[in-house]
Design a protein around this ligand. Structure first.
Ligand SMILES: [Zn+2]
Length: 549
């Protein structure tokens, strides 16, 4: 095997100072020790920081004005039973949003109608299966109010965080357990070099891998739209029309207005994909604001390892997975020590939240899994691994178990909570398999890729397109070229060209209505960043095969 990446050598050579994570100012000033679940070190999460400056105070008021007051007043002016009912309806709608991975309504497909009906019924069953009895009304209501309070919390910057010495264990996990894959090995797209395409060299990659000037121009316009819809508190909301610069000019707000962590993470990922961080690029302040929002709202609960970005009112483990990907990517790209503790904390929470029996993830921690939620968590673990964070090998082994449990056709297709052939779940399953070590000569992978290729890009399902595009991009070859030519031009053409909406996307159907224009724009942008966002897995592998292990 080739020599280890230099970043690893650097980090093992010296003890890394690690920042104490941000906490909210409302609590007592005494340190609250929180032990890391799988780590060798202990990170003290220190409450509160100093009073902030005038500018921050003004920002805080703006926060309350635009988002907090809106939600708080809405609550106060409504009878509590109605709030509760509406809340649970939204919750159910939310489940529908995040629950419908399959492309049911693609008008360019020829899928047997009876199959289609069966699939819809299956999905409805899955929705009904969602246990409502474990939702405590009072608890949910309380946490809703406490979320309001966080809007006026301390906005002290991560720069002020205290630093303590911490030496992470950075072994090569591949040698710890005889894993049947090389997820833990330092190579290709699952190692520290996987994000190298972002940044200065990406122009060459755009052309080499099938992008063009039009697709890059579309990405730039999209980033501009996303930046213009940032909220005053630094985060984003699926209710994008609430952003001060928009004031309702853009149509199609999403319905998941409480899922602010999910919205924020989704909006940040396209910036990171384009090489824009808080250290580099023209959107430094935008990116910085978004990550402040995530880190200062991260929850550390007694008895639970790690820190969570779990939106109780909306995306729940979806939000956490998306937030975790963003946090780990930022740390992987910048090596900014201030983000090491938060990034490790979100990974630890994913390991904790895994279903200990089936190996999956779902809305609530340790719940029996579904492929849609599983996809984001595995992407987050991969991002954590790329950042040289500690990922528990047992978690990865159990994730295999989950994928095995939902595979059909010997692993060419994947279902939602049981073996099946949904287009989106198949795309997710195959991408997870690629990241967890399946080689290009795996017959099931070959059949699965052919199946996806035959489906072609969807006109309405951005979720399916997002995952399938990544699978085919890693696969490369004729299947990729055929897919990309359609996908790329379809997105370039369908991007909004006029008014405040310029640079955004909206397609109704599937998740589109729930996440609205912000969700569609983030997903479409990441699809168009595919040429450089992740380096191809098998490109690295074919090089390494010349060095037998
Ligand atoms: Zn707008």
């Amino acid at each position: 095997m080739a020599s280890k990446p230099s970043a690893l050598n650097q980090t093992t050579a010296t003890a890394i100072p690690i920042a104490k994570a941000s906490a909210e100012a409302a609590g007592p000033a005494t340190p609250k020790p929180v032990s890391q679940g799988t780590g060798s070190g202990t990170v003290n999460m220190v409450q509160g920081a100093k009073a902030t400056g005038v500018r921050e105070e003004m920002e805080e008021r703006e926060e309350l004005g635009s988002f907090g007051i809106w939600m708080r007043d809405a609550l106060r002016q409504t009878p509590s039973w109605l709030v509760s009912m509406v809340f649970h309806m939204i919750l159910l709608l939310g489940l529908a949003l995040y629950n419908m991975p399959a492309a049911g309504n693609d008008d360019d497909r020829t899928i047997d109608a009876s199959q289609e009906e069966e699939k819809v019924l299956e999905e409805l069953d899955e929705l009904e299966d969602e246990p409502l009895d474990d939702i405590d009304l009072d608890e949910d209501f309380e946490s809703f109010e406490s979320t309001m309070e966080t809007a006026v919390m301390d906005v002290s910057s991560a720069d002020e965080l205290e630093v303590e010495q911490f030496t992470p264990e950075l072994q090569d996990f591949g040698t710890l357990k005889a894993l049947p894959s090389d997820f833990m090995n330092k190579k290709g797209s699952v190692s520290g070099s996987g994000l190298d395409g972002r940044g200065h060299g990406k122009g060459g990659l755009v052309r080499r891998y099938g992008g063009n000037d039009a697709s890059e121009a579309a990405v730039q316009l999209a980033l501009k739209w996303l930046a213009a819809h940032q909220m005053p508190d630094g985060g984003w909301s699926f209710a994008h029309q609430l952003a001060p610069s928009c004031k309702g000019q853009c149509r199609n707000p999403g319905k998941e207005t409480e899922a602010r962590f999910a919205a924020t993470a989704l909006a940040l990922l396209p910036f990171l994909g384009a090489g824009q961080t808080h250290k580099e690029g023209k959107y430094k302040d935008t990116v910085q604001g978004g990550f402040y929002f995530l880190t200062r709202n991260m929850k550390f609960e007694p008895g639970k390892p790690g820190g969570s970005l779990f939106d109780k009112q909306g995306g729940r483990m979806y939000s956490h997975g998306l937030g975790a990907i963003a946090m780990c990517e930022l740390f992987a790209m910048t090596h900014d020590k201030n983000y090491q503790a938060p990034a490790q904390a979100v990974i630890d929470f994913i390991c904790y939240a895994q279903d200990p029996v089936g190996g999956g993830w779902r809305y609530q921690p340790r719940e029996k899994g579904d492929t849609s939620v599983v996809g984001w968590q595995i992407m987050a673990l991969k991002s954590g691994h790329m950042a040289y964070l500690q990922v528990d090998p047992v978690t990865i082994q159990k994730a295999y178990r989950y994928l095995d449990s939902v595979q059909a056709n010997s692993g060419a297709n994947y279902g939602y909570t049981s073996p099946g052939e949904g287009p989106a779940t198949t795309a997710i399953g195959l991408l997870c398999r690629m990241y967890l070590g399946w080689k290009k000569d795996n017959p099931a992978l070959q059949r699965g890729v052919k199946w996806l290729s035959a489906q072609g890009p969807s006109k309405t399902n951005m979720y399916f397109n997002y995952y399938a595009t990544q699978v085919l991009r890693h696969w490369e070859g004729d299947e990729w070229k055929k897919w990309n030519d359609v996908m790329r031009d379809q997105l370039v053409e369908s991007q909004a060209k006029q008014g405040h909406e310029q640079g955004s996307w909206y397609v109704s159907g599937s998740h589109g209505d729930r996440g609205g224009r912000l969700y569609n724009t983030a997903m479409a942008t990441m699809i168009l960043e595919v040429y450089y966002r992740h380096m191809p897995i098998y490109g690295a592998q074919s090089v390494e095969e010349e060095f037998p292990e």
